[in-house]
Ligand binder design. Structure first.
Ligand SMILES: NC(=O)c1ccc[n+]([C@@H]2O[C@H](COP(=O)([O-])OP(=O)(O)OC[C@H]3O[C@@H](n4cnc5c(N)ncnc54)[C@H](O)[C@@H]3O)[C@@H](O)[C@H]2O)c1
Length: 251
C-alpha cells in the first residue's frame, strides 16, 4: 500500500544525495513532489528521472536563503496543486567544511553555514506555512545530523548548525501542534552520498568502529523514516529526533 497517495510534498536540496533519495521515496509512496536546489542541471535531471515513472514532479531552481525565490516557489505550488501536505528540509551546506579546529574556522564561512542551514530552514518553513496550515493536517521533517549529538570535532560550524535544527524543530513542534502539523528531525550518521565522498578515511573508520551495524549507510537506509513521518503512520510522533546511525550512539 502506498502511504503518500494524494499528498503533495516539497523536498529541499533534492538535486542529488539524500534529498534526491527522499524525493524518490515520496514518489514511490504515491506523492506529488516539488524539488528545489541551487544545482539546476542535476535538479532538472532528477526531476526528469522521477517524472519518467509517470509521477507528478517538478524541479525549480530556488535558493532557500532568498525570500523572493521562495515566494515564487509557493506561487508555483499553489497554482499546480493548490495544497502542500509535507516539507522535508534537507538542503544544507554539508560538504567541504571539515578539517578545521573551531578557532581556525573562517568567520564568513561560519556565517554562510548558519545562513543556509539554520536561517534557510526557517525561511522555507515560514514561506510554505500558509499552505501547510491550509492542508488541515501536515508534516515537517528537518534534517539534522548525529554529529550534533556526539559532538563531532573539526567542523564546529556545521555541528552547531545541526544542533540548532534539533532545537528549532522542538520549538516548531510546539507552535505548530495547534494546526495539526507535526515537526520531527532525522539525524543521520555518516552516509554514502556525493557530499561525503571526500570525507576523510579516519572519519569512516571512526563510525564503523563505533556502529553496532557494521557497514556504512546508503541513502535508502535513511529515507524510510521520513516516509513514515510524512505518512499517517507518523501522526502521533512530533518534536522527536530520530537518530539513524546504525547504533553508533544510543539514546
Ligand atoms: N550524507 C551524510 O553523511 C549526512 C549525515 C548527516 C546529515 N546529513 C544531512 O543530510 C542533508 C543532505 O546531505 P547530502 O549528504 O545529500 O549532501 P548534499 O550536499 O549532496 O545535499 C545538500 C543539497 O542542498 C543543496 N543546497 C545547498 N545550499 C542550498 C541553498 N542555499 N538553496 C537550495 N539548495 C541548497 C545542495 O546543492 C545539495 O544538493 C543535509 O542537510 C546534510 O547536512 C547528511
Amino acid at each position: 500500500m502506498k502511504r503518500l497517495t494524494g499528498k503533495a510534498i516539497l523536498v529541499t536540496g533534492s538535486a542529488r544525495g539524500l534529498g534526491r533519495a527522499f524525493a524518490e521515496r515520496c514518489v514511490q509512496e504515491g506523492a506529488a513532489v516539488a524539488l528545489i536546489d541551487v544545482l539546476a542541471d542535476a535538479g532538472e535531471e532528477t526531476a526528469r528521472t522521477l517524472g519518467a515513472t509517470g509521477a507528478d514532479v517538478f524541479f525549480r531552481r530556488c535558493d532557500i536563503t532568498r525570500a523572493d525565490e521562495l515566494a515564487a516557489l509557493v506561487e508555483q505550488i499553489q497554482a499546480r496543486w493548490g495544497r502542500l501536505d509535507g516539507l522535508v528540509n534537507n538542503a544544507a551546506l554539508a560538504t567541504g567544511l571539515a578539517g578545521k579546529t573551531f578557532d581556525q574556522i573562517d568567520e564568513a564561512n561560519w556565517d554562510r553555514v548558519f545562513q543556509v542551514n539554520v536561517k534557510g530552514t526557517w525561511q522555507v518553513s515560514k514561506a510554505v506555512l500558509p499552505l501547510l496550515k491550509a492542508a488541515g493536517e501536515a508534516r515537517i521533517v528537518n534534517l539534522a545530523s548525529d554529529t550534533a549529538i556526539w559532538g563531532a570535532d573539526l567542523f564546529m560550524h556545521y555541528v552547531a548548525s545541526k544542533g540548532a535544527i534539533i532545537s528549532m524543530s522542538r520549538a516548531m513542534a510546539r507552535e505548530l501542534a495547534p494546526f495539526n502539523i507535526t515537526v520531527n528531525t532525522i539525524a543521520p550518521g555518516l552516509t554514502e552520498t556525493e557530499a561525503t565522498a571526500s570525507a576523510p578515511e579516519r572519519r569512516w573508520k571512526q563510525y564503523l568502529d563505533a556502529q553496532l551495524v557494521k557497514r556504512s549507510p546508503v541513502p535508502e537506509d535513511i529515507v524510510g523514516a521520513a516516509a513514515m513521518l510524512l505518512s499517517a503512520d507518523g501522526r502521533f510522533i512530533t518534536g522527536q529526533t530520530i537518530v539513524i546511525n546504525g547504533g553508533m550512539t544510543l539514546s
